[in-house]
Write a protein that binds this ligand. Structure first.
Ligand SMILES: *Cc1c(COP(=O)(O)O)cnc(C)c1O
Length: 243
């Protein structure tokens, strides 16, 4: 079970190196553990080692692990496709930030429910920077308008943007996705929208976190490189049709 701690140390070194490479402070990048398919006992190894930020893709898994993780301090984000019929469920499970808000209908229904419960929640807007149909996220050309619309909903606190990017061995193709997200962030910052913060850029995973950090990531989401390979293909989590 040592492997998890060993792997975290390696990831931290990679983050630090990438930050130095781009003249950034390593404290400006948060490590988020993508814990889909990972059992609570294994997640706890990472949390007890000092990690704090974890995220699930599916409400079902969030629910299943909730009890087991309750006594171990951590912060939950949500990084999967969120169906509107799961809104009540997600709000019951202490999710601090939904990184995958990508459509007006979802935002509206979330807002309605949050008003009823007298709560607010942090969100990121997920953008489909790879233009692949198989990936969720608002299209880059509609992202700014969506942020403007959602900024009118008082219970949703926009903190920034999230993207998955293209899955490619060609670094420059991946970099283009991250640059696109950064450029959308800059445009939104220039609009000075009331109530909208744009400090967070959640991008970069096990294979491409260096590139993401070079392009301004503040959250990198790492699963495989810490917990090992998963049984399910990512399409199971990233594409409704692949269930
Ligand atoms: C699984 C997942 C990750 C982590 O991917 P790895 O390649 O395992 O590091 C990051 N972001 C999202 C949205 C994911 O579903």
């Amino acid at each position: 079970m040592d492997d998890i701690i060993h792997n975290i140390n390696i990831i931290k070194e990679r983050i630090t190196k990438a930050c130095h490479h781009s003249n950034r402070n390593p404290d400006s990048v948060k490590l988020l553990l993508a814990t889909k398919t990972v059992a609570p006992e294994r997640i706890k190894i990472a949390l007890n080692h000092g990690e704090i930020l974890i995220a699930e893709n599916k409400i079902q898994e969030l629910k299943e692990k909730y009890e087991a993780l309750q006594d171990t301090p951590h912060i939950n984000h949500f990084i999967g496709h969120l169906q509107t019929n799961k809104i009540k469920d997600i709000l019951k499970h202490d999710v601090q930030c939904i990184e995958s808000v990508d459509r007006w209908e979802l935002a509206q229904k979330l807002h309605q429910r949050l008003l009823l419960e007298n709560k607010t929640i942090d969100i990121l807007i997920q953008v489909n920077t790879s233009f692949e149909e198989s990936k969720f996220g608002v299209s880059p050309e509609n992202a700014i308008e969506l942020v403007q619309q959602i900024s009118t909903l008082s219970s949703l606190k926009i903190k920034g943007l999230m993207t998955i990017g293209i899955f490619s061995a060609e670094t420059e193709k991946v970099r283009k996705c991250f640059q696109l997200l950064k450029s959308i962030q800059e445009k939104i910052i220039n609009l000075n929208l009331t109530g909208v913060e744009m400090n967070e850029l959640s991008m970069g995973m096990s294979g491409d976190l260096e590139t993401a950090i070079e392009e301004g990531a503040t959250i990198v989401r790492v699963g495989t490189a810490i917990f090992g390979t998963r049984v399910y293909p990512d399409s199971y989590y990233w594409n409704e049709n692949a269930k």
